[in-house]
Write a protein that binds this ligand. Structure first.
Ligand code: URP
Ligand code: ZN
Ligand code: ZN
Length: 463
């Protein structure tokens, strides 16, 4: 079926202009002003609206076993919530169990998504072990479209790997063109600070943040970039949270090093005080890296403006307050680490970024869609409005006001990190591969319609 989106303002990472968009089947066929109505069986009027590439969230954890429990959104509820917020693709994480093959993890995560995902999804592979066939497995994953790997410099005895493993993985990506995504915090140092805090009886949620200083993040970012330079590989720092860490990325980029970084709405909009909420409520804000003192927030916005931060993702990893976060009632180290956000990313960054004059609307599109597509090997299939690209589009109502709340959100979690936040600008109609999946608050998609995204190695911006 052909669909024509008429009278809208098309916004891409490059420009903004009045144009109609003709969709043929799953792809965009034409973008220009004055496409005749009779070219299409279905016409959508986008007067007063922006037509933008659908959002791409390249950091989510759906149905993920972690911290003694499992993240509360699965591929059904999580991708559905993403769609309501204008996100049409995501990249989630499969986890290689220690001593097991990456293919086993890939199969497991494909099964988790099968019959459930309502938007297209790719997978990164979390590497926990490169003994034995590990390096071969990385090449095998690249052939399957897993063009990126996450390694952890934190969470000792759980996910953390040593520098030798990191360096071997980086060296392999220098050959196979994949990208290493680094969780950069010095886990060994943090572990000692945590043990000291517990010995002093400091068990409340706020100690999660106080035991993970910004310098521990900056040190790991510095080390990760240095190892990437030695290996001759690019590196991508995930969920960057502090000015200290950003300065390390900035310094490297200034020297021409292909270092990239993302931040998330929570680090741009919330600060450490949230963890001091009365009772146990601070546990809602326990995720890693932690929220930082207020002075870091404007520095991260500066990073988005000057392109030392290239992407805004969510690190969506929800755990219900009532029956999951409570696991750490008497010990902050037992609070499952993670928070929800997959539905609110575009609303928050549009409102606090574009409406408040911090970034242009084109930069907004670049941060939430086009650059993630480029860096993670999906461009120009995703993240673009041009003939041949997938018709993944969000018709954005810049005048729509919305109050974020757990009472109305679609994520399967009993609280919102942004409860009561008022935003202006919201997704009105969301189109995935030519199909309207959300329209004016109604979900119209079918379970399982989302397709696995085979992503290209060397997709990125570092050529
Ligand atoms: O607290 C977080 N971020 N949980 C998800 C796992 C990770 O480190 O990204
Ligand atoms: Zn992480
Ligand atoms: Zn994460």
């Amino acid at each position: 079926m052909n669909t024509l989106i008429r009278n809208g303002t098309v916004v891409t990472a490059r420009d903004t202009g009045k144009a109609d968009v003709l969709i043929e089947g799953e792809r965009i066929k034409e973008v220009r002003a004055g496409i005749p109505q009779q070219s299409a069986e279905k016409v959508i009027d986008a007067s007063g609206m922006y037509v933008m590439p659908g959002g791409i969230d390249c950091h989510t954890h759906l149905d993920m076993p972690f911290g003694g429990t499992t993240s509360s959104d699965d591929f059904e509820t999580g991708t559905r919530a993403a769609a309501f917020g204008g996100t049409t693709s995501l990249v989630d994480f499969a986890i290689q169990g220690r001593g097991t093959r990456m293919r086993t993890a890939l199969d497991t995560w494909w099964k988790k998504a099968e019959g459930k995902a309502v938007i297209d999804y790719g997978l990164h592979m979390i590497v926990t072990d490169l003994a034995g066939a590990g390096l071969e497995d990385m090449d095998d994953m690249v052939r399957e479209g897993v063009a990126s790997f996450k390694l952890f410099m934190a969470y000792p005895n759980v996910l953390m790997v040593d520098d030798a493993t990191i360096f071997r993985a980086l060296s392999q990506t220098a050959k196979n063109g994949a990208l290493i995504c680094m969780h950069a915090e010095n886990g060994s140092v943090i572990d000692i600070i945590v043990q000291r805090a517990l010995a002093e009886g400091k068990t409340a949620p706020v100690y999660h943040a106080l035991t993970r200083p910004p310098r521990a993040e900056a040190e790991a970012v510095h080390r990760a970039i240095a190892m990437a330079e030695i290996a001759g590989a690019p590196v991508y720092i995930v969920h960057l949270s502090s000015e200290d860490a950003l300065n390390e990325v900035r310094e490297a980029r200034y020297r021409g090093v292909p270092a990239f970084a993302e931040t998330c709405p929570q680090y741009l909009l919330l600060s450490i005080e949230e963890l001091e909420r009365p009772g146990f409520e601070g546990a809602k804000y326990v995720f890693t890296p932690p929220l930082r003192p207020k002075q870091h927030l404007p520095k991260l916005w500066d990073g988005l403006k000057d392109d030392n931060l290239q992407v805004v993702s969510t690190d969506h990893c929800p755990f219900c307050f009532e029956d999951q976060k409570v696991l750490g009632k008497d010990d902050f180290t037992k609070i499952p680490n993670g928070g929800p956000g997959i539905e609110n990313r575009l609303q928050l960054i549009y409102h606090h970024g574009v409406n408040q004059g911090k970034i242009s609307i084109n930069r907004f599109v670049e941060l939430v869609s086009t650059t993630p597509a480029r860096i993670f090997g999906m461009y120009p299939k995703k993240g673009e409005i041009a003939p041949g690209s997938d018709a993944d589009l969000v018709i954005w109502d810049p005048a729509a006001s919305h109050t974020i709340s757990a009472k109305t959100h679609h994520m399967r979690v009993d609280y919102s990190l942004f409860e009561g936040f008022e935003v202006k600008g919201n997704a009105r109609t969301v189109i995935s591969r030519g199909e309207v999946i959300v329209d004016r608050g109604q979900f119209l998609g079918k379970l399982g319609r989302g397709q696995y995204l085979r992503r290209a190695a060397r997709g990125g911006a570092w050529k």
